[in-house]
Design a protein around this ligand. Structure first.
Ligand code: ADP
Ligand code: ASP
Ligand code: MG
Length: 441
């Protein structure tokens, strides 16, 4: 069986939902389909929560009522049979009454997570109703009955595998199984989620535990592009990527794929295919464990990076210096993205600055500390095995006119990363695209 995930843009309107249903039923084969909330809905639910955190019930109710009007208007567009429309109106009515029922006081993260879950609960009910109206044997599998995270907030793969298999077995012979992306229960049994954009992760986890033939991530663009199409002109889709290359690109800003999504698929060796809902016959991008020798595949960039440099003459010939430095980051639960060292100092980059002041204060015990904010990691991904000649220099040449704060190469066989100013990001990405992919000198 294949596991297919359709993102918010793919189910963003009743018409798009119908298009998705046509696409998943065309070949008559059995599928497990993971859906996101309709695009914009999770953002509205976040907004509602923000009003409630601030005790502004009127503000929250206003957003809820606007969303309710929008969803009610979708009903006659999606369904034709009066009885089916009535059940969907009733479902939506109950969902929005529930949202309106949250009190002004005592709003916490727990309530926010309950509210955020509504987007996927609603979209999956809508698509299931439409499929059933079309006479397709369809079962809606509630993700809250099997998607579970453990005390470390990691998916409990054994539990998920057992429970989802049991649920599938309890409803045999269906053509389409629908479930919610993103939402789960935590170790305490409370409603939780896999972080924004986490529906991709749901699909990958389910593909892995079910040993699926393939995991397909359907979105609004023809596969992973060789640069960020939102920033750079003339990007092209990359037809094939190694798991590691895709993971680097996702982590370093290629939003088409959630960074967590590669690991379960890779561990279970299930190929992942990125496909375009608007152009279903386009080949998209296949991600698996094969690498393509001597190829630079793509570029991605991650903003909001802070660089920290610590210089110390004591580092010269001393052992244990790096350990002390890294321990400071560990104490403050801050992970490091890039590291560069010399004989007298070390530079690191972080994206979580919640504990920056504490980190800097403690590092001052060991040397002189400087901090550069507003930085950006640009990551060039491909077959970067060290014996390959010329790859680093081509990337470096492309950035000749851009001030580079750090360079990291050799940490993996798949990337070279540059730390530059955020204000230089667009120019750097365009230049790398032109030189690496569009044949400019
Ligand atoms: P969905 O709602 O389907 O999950 P997202 O909005 O989360 O879709 O992600 C898809 C978007 O990611 C695309 O519209 C595209 O603009 C953007 N994107 C960013 N970087 C890349 C890249 N390297 N290749 C393809 N798309 C990218
Ligand atoms: N609906 C969630 C979000 O917008 C999850 C997802 O779409 O993947 O973040
Ligand atoms: Mg997404």
């Amino acid at each position: 069986m294949k596991v297919l995930k359709f993102g918010g843009t793919s189910v963003g309107t009743p018409q798009r939902m119908k298009d998705v249903c046509r696409l998943i039923t065309a070949d008559g084969k059995q599928k497990l389909v993971v859906l996101s909330a309709m695009s914009g809905t999770t953002n509205s639910l976040v907004e509602i929560s923000q009003y409630l955190y601030n005790g502004n019930k009127d503000g929250a109710d206003d957003v809820i009522n606007r969303l309710r009007t929008k969803y009610f208007a979708h009903v006659p567009e999606l369904l034709s049979v009066e009885e089916n429309r009535k059940s969907l109106y009733e479902f939506l009515d109950a969902a929005f009454r529930y949202l309106l029922s949250f009190p002004k006081e005592g709003f916490s993260e727990k309530e926010e997570k309950i509210i955020l879950a509504e987007g996927e609960l609603i979209s999956t009910f809508m698509v299931t109703s439409y499929l059933k109206e079309q006479g397709i044997r369809t079962a809606l599998l509630p993700a809250l009955d099997f998607m579970k995270t453990n005390a470390d907030s990691e998916p409990d793969m054994n539990y998920i595998g057992k429970e989802v298999a049991a649920l599938l077995d309890s409803q045999p012979g269906m053509q389409i199984y629908i479930t919610q992306g993103f939402i789960c229960r935590n170790a305490d049994g409370g409603i939780d989620n896999l972080q924004r954009g986490g529906s991709d992760y749901t699909a990958s986890i389910l593909g892995a535990v079910l040993k699926a033939e393939e995991i397909q991530i359907w979105t609004d663009i023809d596969g992973m592009h060789n640069n960020d199409p939102r920033v750079v002109d003339r990007t092209q889709p990359v037809r094939h990527l190694h798991f590691e290359e895709a993971a680097e690109l996702a982590y370093f800003g290629a939003k088409i794929l959630h960074p967590t999504c590669i690991q379960p698929a890779k561990a279970a060796n299930i190929p992942v295919r990125l496909l375009n809902t608007m152009e279903p016959t386009a080949p998209g991008t296949l991600i698996d464990n094969r690498s393509e020798p001597g190829r630079i595949a793509a570029v991605a960039a991650k903003e909001n990076i802070t660089a920290i440099k610590i210089k110390s003459s004591r580092m010269l010939l001393a052992h244990g210096f790096l350990k002390k430095v890294f321990e400071v980051f560990e104490t403050w639960h801050t992970s490091i993205d890039m590291v560069c060292t010399s004989e007298v100092g070390v530079s690191m980059s972080i994206d979580n600055v919640r504990n920056l002041d504490n980190i800097v204060n403690e590092l001052k015990k060991y040397g002189t500390v400087t901090v550069d904010k507003g930085m950006c990691i640009v990551c060039v991904v491909g077959d970067m095995v060290w014996e390959n000649l010329g790859f680093e220099s081509r990337a470096l040449d492309a950035l000749a006119d851009i001030p580079v704060r750090m360079i990291s190469y050799g940490g993996s066989n798949y990337n070279i990363s540059f730390l530059i100013r955020e204000s230089d990001k667009k120019a750097a990405l365009q230049r790398l695209s032109d030189v690496l992919f569009n044949g400019k000198e």
